[in-house]
Every structure is written in C-alpha cells, then in structure tokens.
Design a protein around this ligand. Structure first.
Ligand SMILES: Cc1cc2nc3c(=O)[nH]c(=O)nc-3n(C[C@H](O)[C@H](O)[C@H](O)COP(=O)(O)OP(=O)(O)OC[C@H]3O[C@@H](n4cnc5c(N)ncnc54)[C@H](O)[C@@H]3O)c2cc1C
Length: 265
C-alpha cells in the first residue's frame, strides 16, 4: 500500500494574526511546526503501512523553509518526501493550492501507484478545510472528509467512519481515494531515534510547477479565483428565552407557538 500524507508547515500558535488592511495572514516572525491535524494524518498513514506493508510518502507545497516539516514527517515514520516550491505557487488560494498538490500527487502516482491520500481536517492558519476534498475533485478520486476511524483497509477497498453533523456514517471507497481525518482517529507517536536519524539523511525531491506539468494560469496570487475582501472574527450572538408554565404540556405548547412565530417550524 502506498499512502501519501499531505502536510503543511503552519505557525505554532493558533493565535494567527491577520493584516487588518490586506486581510492576509501575517506569518513572518512566527515560529512554525507541522499543522496539528497533519500529525494525525501522518500517524494514520504510518499505522496503515505497519498493518499492510508498503510505504508512506509526504508532500508539501511551501517555501524553502517548509523542508523542515518534511524532515519532521520522516522522523515520525514517513519514507519519502516531496516539496513543491516555486514562485509560481506564491499567494495561491485553496483552489490553486489543491491543484498544485493534485498535480504533484499525480506525478508521484505515475512513478509509484498511490492508494490513499490522507490530509488533516483543516489547518490552524487558513483553516478552510478545503484542500482534501478539492484534491479529490481535481484527481476525480473518491473522498471522505472528517474521518474518525478506518474500520478496515483490504486489497480492494477502505471502509471508514466519518463524522456528520448529527452523528456518523460508514463509507466504503475503492482505491485510489482521498480522506481527511479528525483528531479522534489516533494518538500520534513521539519521534523515534531511528526516525530522527533518517530525517537527517533523507533526500527530499523538490519539484517546480514545470516539473509537475502544472498549468501556470491556475497558479499563484494573480490567477486565484478568490480574493480576501475582509477578515474578521464573527460575532456570536446568544439569546435565550425561558418558557414558563405549570405543566410540561403547557410549556411545550408555548415553545411550539414560539418556534412557529419565529418561522422555525
Ligand atoms: C483568497 C486567498 C488568498 C490567500 N493568499 C495567501 C497568501 O498570499 N499567502 C499565503 O501563504 N497563503 C495565502 N492563502 C492561504 C492559502 O491559500 C492556504 O493556506 C492554502 O490554500 C491551504 O488552505 P488551508 O490552510 O485552509 O488548508 P485546509 O484546507 O484547512 O487544510 C486541510 C489539509 O490539507 C493539507 N494541506 C493544506 N495546505 C497544504 C500545503 N500547502 N501542502 C500540503 N498539504 C496541505 C493538510 O493535510 C491540511 O491538514 C490564501 C487563501 C485565500 C483563500
């Protein structure tokens, strides 16, 4: 089994600052690390490798310093590492980022067939949760998001349990497929000494936009279909009403009337 885990280097703190004028993230000066959700994605990839054999590749799209997150991934059990780095990628939105990652995965797949791509649920900086489902759309591979458990992975399919708004559901997908995982899925291990040594030695494959055959009209800040118009923390307005009445029936009837009055029923 060949599993590709997508990992992103993000600021260590979850208190990411936003430029009030441009709406862009202020990343410079902030200490960085592996996006917390990606630790779970990578751990699940390593668990699958241990159970079924095969290998784990990791891929990131990012500036030269993002190499650190790939070495860290090897310390945590990955075997091969790929970095997409090119000025053509700079300022990409999620549509462009997922396109580049999909092209990178396509190239890895052409060299050694990929079975599962695993992403984290979201990042702690941009936090959109778009990338996993978008990669699957570009590749036309099936997708399951918010996966909390891999029930089984056989030669032909993987069965997963994913969180939904009101519970969970079980999906079965053929390979190749893309999943994004939530933190309930596992408990990431600590880096081993063997892993740390491998991380120092690993040869990282670096690809430009041309190397992955990407269409440059789909990449970078000038070609992104989205613009940050405004960035803000939404106000949460909580209001509560106490429904009084002597009996439960009376309170229930008042509640139903109130819901109807507010077009909720
Ligand atoms: C309009 C717009 C403009 C932007 N401009 C800039 C900018 O100028 N500069 C800038 O730095 N960022 C910019 N961003 C942010 C950048 O597009 C996102 O960081 C990137 O697309 C990933 O999205 P995300 O962090 O929300 O990932 P999510 O969708 O929340 O991440 C889900 C998972 O996808 C994987 N993943 C995400 N990103 C990567 C990656 N790069 N490599 C490997 N795996 C990954 C990880 O497994 C992660 O857990 C912009 C975003 C938007 C919407």
């Amino acid at each position: 089994m060949h599993i590709v885990a997508c990992v992103k280097q993000t600021p260590k703190s979850d208190q990411v600052k936003v430029d009030p004028v441009t709406g862009c993230l202020l990343r410079s000066g902030a200490a960085s690390a592996m996006n917390p959700f990606d630790e779970y994605a990578l751990e699940e990839a390593v668990i699958l490798k241990e159970q079924l054999g095969g290998k784990v590749s990791v891929i990131t799209m990012g500036p030269p310093q993002a190499e650190a997150v790939l070495r860290d991934s090897v310390a945590r059990g990955a075997d091969e590492a790929f970095q997409l780095g090119d000025m053509a990628f700079a300022g990409s939105d999620t549509w462009s980022t997922s396109y580049a990652l999909a092209k990178g995965i396509e190239k890895i797949d052409a060299e050694q067939k990929v079975d599962i791509v695993i992403c984290g649920k979201q990042t702690n900086d941009s936090d959109t949760g778009h990338i996993g489902p978008q990669i699957s759309a570009w590749l036309k591979w099936p997708n399951a998001a918010f996966v909390k458990r891999i029930i089984c992975a056989t030669e032909n399919f993987v069965r997963v349990e994913r969180l939904t708004e009101d519970g969970s559901e079980i999906l079965e997908m053929p390979y190749p497929c893309v999943i994004s995982v939530v933190k309930d899925i596992n408990q990431p291990r600590v880096r081993s000494v063997k892993g740390r040594l491998a991380a120092k030695r690993v040869q990282i494959t670096k690809w430009t936009a041309d190397d992955i055959g990407a269409d440059k009209s789909k990449l970078g800040v000038k070609n992104c279909p989205t613009n940050v118009v405004k960035s803000f923390v939404p106000k949460r307005e909580v209001c509560s009403v106490t429904v009084s009445g002597v009996t439960a029936q009376e309170r229930g009837a008042k509640l139903v009337a109130l819901l109807k009055e507010n077009n909720c029923l």
